[in-house]
Design a protein. Sequence first.
Length: 125
Amino acid sequence: MASPYGSSRGRAMHKDLLNAWTPENKNSSIPQMVYNDQYVASTSDRFLTSASYLALQNINFGYTLPSKATKKIDVEKIRFYLSCDNVAIWSKRKGLDPRQSITGSVTNAYYAPIRTISGGINISF
């Protein structure tokens, strides 16, 4: 069934709507949900949120044991390392990544951020 408002992309409702205004919940800042409301798709600044975000993209950590400790076990060098990509993002836009398109359009200007964590040990004899 086709949406009366065109494309259905970007029309998912957030769980905050469960806290919408009702006669029992009069102090909510979320409007009452009304079936077949003619203004449901109208333009409003109510839904504008800051697109600012803070992202922690990379963490790299490495530690080489002192040679004093490694020589006791007949090893020249032991190094531990950890690398993390796309660690965290903080934004006021709930459920949305502000780095991506809200319309569902595709571009090759950026990729879907995947969190990657890797680590290891280098041992030199």
